[in-house]
Design a protein around this ligand. Sequence first.
Ligand code: NAD
Ligand code: UDP
Ligand code: UDP
Length: 323
Amino acid sequence: MKRARRRVLVTGGAGFLGSHLCERLLESGAEVLCVDNFFTGARENIAHLLAHPRFEVMRHDVTFPLYVEVDEIYNLACPASPVHYQHNPVQTVKTSVHGAINMLGLAKRTGARILQASTSEVYGDPTVHPQPEDYRGHVNPIGPRACYDEGKRCAETLFCDYHRQHGIPIRVARIFNTYGPRMHPNDGRVVSNFIVQALTGEPITLYGEGSQTRSFCYVDDLVEGLIRLMAAPDAATGPVNLGNPTEVSVRALAETVLRLTGSRAPLVRRPLPADDPVQRCPDIGKARRLLGWEPTVPLEEGLRRTIRHFAEVLDLPPLPRQA
Ligand code: NAD
Ligand code: UDP
Ligand code: UDP
């Protein structure tokens, strides 16, 4: 008998993206099971959902098998900030690889459709710009970022092999840098670092010249893309880039954050981390075509919302430009 309500598993559901995704899935009427080992996620991210009758949370590490009954799986469990994924690189590889095997095994047994949160890091330090899905990437397999990049590449391999070998319905989202409320203040990624530094008057830490580029997507846009991708027909089986194609340099991002916060925090230079990609920008033609999706929140608007969030969690007075 077909159940009326979709049961959706979100691994990494207490993290930044996962908590927003759980929220959206509940709004859509689904039953949501959030599975997280709370390595980088936090109970506060999902505190407002705990009383919801269709929400359940389970502390569990995806490197161990998981036996539950579900219709859809969003596999987001994995630390995403370089500081965190390099803290215990072996565990990062295990999370991506053993986690993918377990979640694919679960999908195989239950017949669930499964979506992998992959990453633009599968393109490494790209030599093709912007990056389309058929670009195979330029990754250093033995560098400090490899535990994340190669772990995610291997997870993509597993997804495609489970699809070919066992007919599992898969979706693979290659997510580009995403930011927004609920990033952890000590997350270590550039948007949260710059905003927290600007709001507290600490020096803004510019790694290298700041001429390297990224393309930043606001979290609500990204979550909409994930939901559309999961619902998309089988033509969307191959990887799909999800990100905002507006590219900015890290220095320009610092200047924008300073202007929007009205902060006088100085810029300080720090060494560029090893293997830091020089440029990154998604080609989102495939997402536009297959999902009718593109980002709608411009960078300054998304930054304003994120700044308001951090001012609240850091308990700071209202900002001059937002008063
Ligand atoms: P995050 O660190 O906030 O969330 C990751 C979550 O996974 C956390 O709640 C963490 O506790 C949990 N987790 C980690 N290891 C686990 C394990 N072994 N078992 C169970 N739970 C585990 O990061 P995020 O930004 O929300 O990223 C979510 C996913 O999206 C990750 O897979 C990440 O690689 C991917 N992604 C994110 C971005 C981005 O810019 N935010 C870009 C590309 C890909
Ligand atoms: N698995 C799981 N939950 C399930 C089914 C499987 O966690 O509901 C795990 C199980 O530990 C297994 C892995 O997924 O090792 C891969 O499953 P698969 O059926 O592909 O392989 P096998 O069981 O033959 O190793
Ligand atoms: N970065 C920076 N200052 C910081 C944190 C990061 O200049 O305090 C730079 C980093 O070197 C990289 C870019 O910002 O070039 C994005 O870094 P992040 O860690 O957010 O993501 P990723 O490198 O994975 O894209």
